[in-house]
Design a protein around this ligand. Structure first.
Ligand SMILES: [Zn+2]
Ligand SMILES: [Zn+2]
Length: 403
């Protein structure tokens, strides 16, 4: 087995912006907005400051701007309405962890960020609004995902593929909305002194570079899924699913770059030259009083995604649920929690999960040991079955025997 090429490749330094306090009026502005200086940062310190809640409203509007993610509607046209598609099914999945019609979300509001000085607790959200994104027309949302929307599901290549497809479509939608909201955030330095403008634009430029790289990856990943959705061929698609003996207090749907495994190993390093980065999708939802976690990916049988699944497979049956919860907080904000479970956690465990949740932001970088088992227990659920396209090697823990 060969290590992923990114592990030994050179880091790519993003091209920094070069702030200039005064420019010719028709020169392109130093902030790289693409506008002329005169219409951009000229006299910005004298402009009326923008209200932070206006910025938030603009970002939320981008998240409501919908389209259908179907790859080729020419033969099979979209219906006129874009639906608020649930990434985690409402009945079964969200309903299984809801209390009084509500779950908790880890996506903060601007108000909670300010009030808690950047440490907001998960907040309540109605199940009708939880996990939705306007990423499919109602017809395609219904027809594509029908096989995984029932009361029960049989996990095989075709149903696992649909969970993965929805996760990829969601991630692409979220990345595009992030990209469109950068110019809105770039207005936050209005009325501020030059050095604050520089700080804000520096931060946004490095965020923008990350979003653009992420978007290239997610578009490439989605193309691989689109091709298979249209042809019906599932070659090269791999999956690894775990059934638990009870309902976990968390549901989720996401796709991410597998960077580290559950045993403290680095799998790939982002922002390195000359590598195609691998993804993995993960859906955690409930069917008939049991949680199912489905990992899916397109890639080789010994790449970072396969290694992550294998490392997960190697954990003891009573450690898998705790490991899964850590992974979800580390990698995604499209996760939803049962309120009484969260409130019942010790303060120390809440802090641990909130810390993981900030990973990948400017505040916290991921550590190679983030997923290694430190014995922390969040739930008593046990893994009782593995359903996978892969043969898991015995050294990593035999899935059939130890799960
Ligand atoms: Zn500018
Ligand atoms: Zn459509």
């Amino acid at each position: 087995m060969e290590a992923h090429p990114s592990l030994s490749a050179q880091f790519i330094e993003p091209e920094p912006i070069r702030p200039v306090e005064a420019m010719g009026p028709y020169e392109p502005c130093w902030c790289r907005s693409g506008k002329k200086y005169k219409w951009c940062h000229y006299r910005r310190e004298q402009e009326k400051p923008i209200n932070i809640f206006e910025v938030e409203a603009g970002m939320l509007a981008e998240l409501r701007a919908g389209y259908c993610s179907h790859p080729d509607p020419s033969d099979d046209p979209c219906s006129t309405t874009i639906t608020r598609a649930h990434t985690v099914q409402r009945r079964g999945g969200l309903a299984a962890i809801a209390e009084d019609g509500h779950v908790l979300t880890v996506k903060p509001t601007m108000k909670s960020m300010i009030e808690t000085q950047g440490n907001p607790a998960p907040r309540k959200i109605g199940v009708g609004n939880a996990s939705v994104f306007p990423g499919f027309c109602s017809k395609h949302d219904t027809t594509i995902f029908k096989p995984i929307e029932g009361k029960t599901v049989t996990i095989d290549a075709s149903t696992a593929f649909l969970f993965a497809y929805r996760a990829i479509a969601y991630e692409r939608f979220a990345k595009e909305a992030q990209l469109r909201s950068v110019p809105i955030q770039a207005e936050m330095d209005r009325g501020k002194p030059f050095r604050t403008q520089v700080q804000i634009q520096f931060y946004l430029n490095s965020a923008l570079a990350g979003i653009k790289i992420g978007l290239v990856d997610v578009n490439r990943w989605k193309a691989g899924y689109d091709e298979r959705l249209m042809s019906g061929n599932r070659d090269g698609f791999r999956y690894f699913a775990i059934r638990f003996d009870s309902v976990l207090p968390v549901v989720a749907c996401c796709a991410f770059h597998p960077e580290i495994d559950f045993h403290g190993n680095q799998l790939q390093r982002l922002a390195r030259r000359g590598s195609e980065f691998e993804h993995i999708t993960l859906t955690v939802t409930a069917f008939e009083r049991e949680t199912i976690a489905v990992f899916g990916w397109i890639g080789p049988d010994d790449g970072p995604a396969a290694l992550l699944a294998r490392s997960f497979s190697g954990l003891a049956a009573d450690r898998k649920a705790d490991a899964l919860i850590k992974l979800l907080f580390l990698q995604s904000d499209n996760i939803f929690l049962r309120q009484s479970w969260w409130n019942g956690l010790t303060e120390q465990n809440q802090k641990l999960l909130q810390g993981l949740s900030k990973s990948g932001t400017a505040e916290r970088t991921r550590k190679v040991s983030d997923l290694a088992d430190d014995g922390t227990t969040f739930t008593t659920a046990r893994a009782v079955e593995v359903i996978s396209s892969e043969q898991m090697d015995p050294e990593a823990g035999s899935p059939k025997a130890s799960a």
